[in-house]
Write a protein that binds this ligand. Structure first.
Ligand SMILES: [Zn+2]
Length: 264
């Protein structure tokens, strides 16, 4: 009996030591990913030249956030449709020939819809999401459907060259206020360690239910709503063909990002 037990142990050990074959590696690369076009520090430095046509984005995922060539407004990707919120605030389906300098997109495979507590402010909502995701060292993607008692969103005006840094441009943003608005939030969460590359913490874009208004969320109170969440543990990064040369990427732009994300 003892002998058989030791033979069994050897078999288990041998199985564990088998090399990881190409099949397993290929499967690892099938792990759902957050696909990112560009680098946030390049955008903050004024790198608004698009590199990837918007038409490619729905082939990379069906939920996402971003902006457009020349910083022409906020991007929301919902159900595989790329929406553009220009500085006018009047949402349109994006021209698929336009390019993007920065976007994050994923195939959304969430868990079941969860009811959210009523009357949540933005900070409370984010704390609730962190808890529901469970592990903030991973990436998160969420979709919230609800009625927003109040919501403040913004968009940025299309820029012309020479491009100024985002923190300067964001001061010229248009702000849109909503009350009792029914709509959808797309939220992506990056872990703290993506500093410089992506957006650490939550980043929210909003679309009204009729998909005619929206923007990058500055403040909100959610009356009532439901959420579906997904964690992502793979990141794919696509850089422009010509690289990011010419931009000052040596600085720590964390403070600029914070100012831009929450500029009132
Ligand atoms: Zn945004």
């Amino acid at each position: 009996m003892k002998k058989w037990r030791s033979v069994f142990s050897w078999l288990v050990l041998c199985a564990m030591l088998l090399p990881v074959g190409p099949v397993q590696a290929a499967n690892l690369l099938k792990t759902p990913a957050l696909v990112q076009i560009g680098v946030i520090d390049a955008l903050l430095a004024g790198g608004y030249d698009g590199s990837v046509p918007v038409r490619e984005l729905p082939r990379l995922g069906d939920i996402g956030l971003g902006t457009f060539d020349a910083l022409d407004g906020e991007m929301v990707i919902l159900d595989g449709v790329v929406y553009q919120v220009p500085a006018s605030g009047l949402v349109r389906r994006a021209d698929l020939r336009v390019t993007t300098p920065f976007a994050q997109v994923a195939w959304f495979k969430p868990g079941p819809a969860l009811a959210l507590p009523e009357n949540l402010g933005l900070k409370d909502l984010e704390a609730w999401m962190d808890k529901a995701l469970g592990d903030t060292s991973l990436f998160g993607a969420v979709r919230v459907e609800g009625v927003f008692t109040a919501l403040k969103a913004r968009s940025v005006p299309r820029q012309s060259k020479p491009y100024r840094p985002l923190a300067v441009v964001a001061k010229e943003q248009s702000v849109f206020e909503f009350s009792q608005a029914r709509g959808t939030l797309v939220g992506l969460r990056g872990p703290d360690y993506v500093r410089g590359l992506g957006v650490p913490g939550w980043h929210w874009h909003f679309l009204t239910q009729d998909r005619t208004r929206g923007g990058h969320v500055l403040e909100l109170t959610l009356g009532a709503g439901t959420v579906r969440l997904a964690s992502l543990r793979r990141l794919e990064l696509l850089l422009p063909k010509g690289g990011l040369g010419g931009l000052d990427l040596s600085q720590d732009r964390s403070h600029e990002l914070k100012a831009v994300e929450s500029a009132r």
